[in-house]
Design a protein. Sequence first.
Length: 255
Amino acid sequence: MRIDIVTIFPEFFDVLDLSLLGKARQSGLIELGVHNLRDHTHDRHHSVDDTPYGGGAGMVMKPEPWGDALDAILGADPASAESVAAETSIADSAADDGPILIFPSPAGDQFTQAMARELSLERHLVFGCGRYEGIDERVVDHYSQRGRVRLVSLGDYVLNGGEVAVMAMIEAIGRLIPGVVGNPASLIEESHEDGLLEYPSYTKPANWRGLDVPPVLRSGDHGAISIWRHEQQIERTQRVRPDLLAPSATSERQG
Ligand code: ADE
């Protein structure tokens, strides 16, 4: 999978050199491009933001640097006079499943494990990290006319910018790409994969600070272990996330 990120803080993504995703990059499973939005400004101060039309607090990210930066990745706007046939034009994307452009935003669709799985099947993801009060809305409007664009929220809270959200999404998506996680079986038994939270796990020693590992796990009875784990999943989900067990969530899982 190819992943491009546009940000005013490219250093933020240095951590993608580490751990499983770092290895995935080294082995070529994930190809990453991090692009500094300020490289696409044309004024002396490299400014990326301006005051909002209509007034209000904060600053809004200007459309021109975003247009330049995204065209450099996706290909020039086919409607513009200087545009030549671009290699990875988002214009063709609806037809050939080209790149998806994702803007993290608290006003977007909720990011879920199901969305992570869906996005892990894509060949090319492009993330645009907004800051301040957001990006001029015309950027989303323009690229929506040219291809697939999604606004995605990490949750019902406000971050200072999209970078942390993009990091979380890349980690959740990247680990679902075949070959990235060494033992694929471990992906199947995780929280949210079957719509339930994960069962509790234990390792040695059998007794730690007076606390015993549940005896069933040491019984060797795999049928009983499997039933106990499922019961634990239901109990934990009921207690912590009853919304996941609501009838609509259940029918969605079955549907
Ligand atoms: N940017 C700011 N807050 C965000 C959130 N909750 N999710 C995604 N992007 C964001």
